[in-house]
Design a protein around this ligand. Sequence first.
Ligand code: NAD
Ligand code: AKB
Length: 308
Amino acid sequence: MAERILIVGSNGQIGTELLGALRNQFGNDQVVASDLRFSQSIDGPHFVLDAMNAQAVYELVKNQGITQIYLLAAMLSATAEKFPQKGWSLNMDTLFTCLELAREGHIKKLYWPSSIAVFGPTTPRENTPQATVTEPSTIYGISKFAGERWCEWYHLKHGVDVRSLRYPGLISYSSPPGGGTTDYAVDIFHKAKAEGRYTSFLSAQTALPMMYMPDAIRATLELMEAPAEKIKQRGSYNVGALSFTPAELSLAIQKHIPSFEIDYAPDFRQQIADSWPKSIDDSAARTDWGWKPDFNLEAMVSDMFAHI
Ligand code: NAD
Ligand code: AKB
């Protein structure tokens, strides 16, 4: 049977790019986009769907003959600290709905992203291992960590084919980021181009793991295409690519815009960033299903300026 794929949360930073990549792979009509709002820019099957409405998700899956779901609807770290209960509900309830659809056999495969936010202040911060202390201090991180455990439980108890990556901060040009702590690394490009300067909400020396969106999309597709027996982590995989500070990113930007200036006004997101890893050990993903990033800092910055 041909695969028919539903993206839940297709209008966001990842969905915007994942939709095109999946449609290239599976064909336009085989990939169904859905989000809270209708997007004029999306061709092909596209529905307004509130992922909190489990019955509506179930009906769309049945009516559209969906075989796989990519669940991207979520509240990210900075916003979830402001709306903790709403963030918890959105992040957990939508996952349960999809895990149950898989357990009941309505879909064959589920992709659900986790995050470096599963780690916390007690985690080793350099080259953070796949399995280590996970005591997240944000609601977002707690929801991602709990979600990982539920994914593994559904796989072990019910054979659900659920797959996941712990994305680092993602950098892209097609759509704005959705309320995270790593958003500065996208905003800075737009402000550099438009105004020649940027005020960073993280301090100069705050190193965080990051990844350029083409690498993140390829990692996602490669994970989902890998034979099931190669997937040893049913919670979620560490995936690494880049690690840099705002000061280092600003130096890389100055190679394209020499007059670019940056200053620093850390806000509440600094505390979140300080609780996250600086760099990631992704050897499990490399060994199990062959993960390898393409973009280093210079290549990513050049490609961003070529597109924005
Ligand atoms: P985003 O905020 O840009 O997009 C999320 C989309 O979900 C939005 O279009 C929003 O309208 C939609 N949405 C929200 N509530 C919904 C609901 N009730 N029903 C249907 N749609 C709803 O987020 P993103 O950056 O694309 O992230 C997608 C996933 O990847 C999330 O789980 C996020 O935690 C994870 N992730 C993202 C990053 C990153 O840097 N972007 C890093 C790590 C993990
Ligand atoms: C965020 O900053 O919340 C996200 C993430 C790393 O999960 N970009």
